[in-house]
Write a protein of this length. Structure first.
Length: 110
């Protein structure tokens, strides 16, 4: 799947949806390492962006996104519409990140 064909919207200009294949998702559960937690704690003392947590969050989102795309590919989709992220703290230091959307087959109009 061409990753430019993923949108939070409900369609693509110049394309029409010819088939809905259902909801697709990618889920990852991540925890902070002791070293990462210690480093992030030190960064909180200085203030500003806590780059260790930012990096962890970005990695988790990317992993969930990639898993969602794999799920859509397995269904034969060439696009995903209505894509969203969600995150939940399962326990202190353990978070779930979910990427989800609707897998569709689209074709160019005209």
């Amino acid at each position: 799947m061409n990753k430019t064909m993923i949108t939070t919207g409900l369609g693509f200009e110049g394309f029409r949806t010819v088939r809905h294949l259902g909801v697709v998702r990618g889920i990852t559960v991540r925890s902070r390492s002791i070293v990462g937690s210690l480093g992030a704690s030190l960064q909180t003392l200085v203030g500003g962006n806590i780059s260790l947590f930012t990096e962890l969050c970005e990695q988790a989102r990317q992993e969930a996104f990639d898993l969602m795309v794999e799920h859509a590919d397995a269904l034969g989709a060439n696009a995903i519409i209505g894509m969203h992220y969600d995150a939940t703290e399962l326990s202190p230091g353990v978070s779930e990140v979910l990427a989800y959307g609707t897998a569709v087959v689209i074709e160019r109009v005209g």
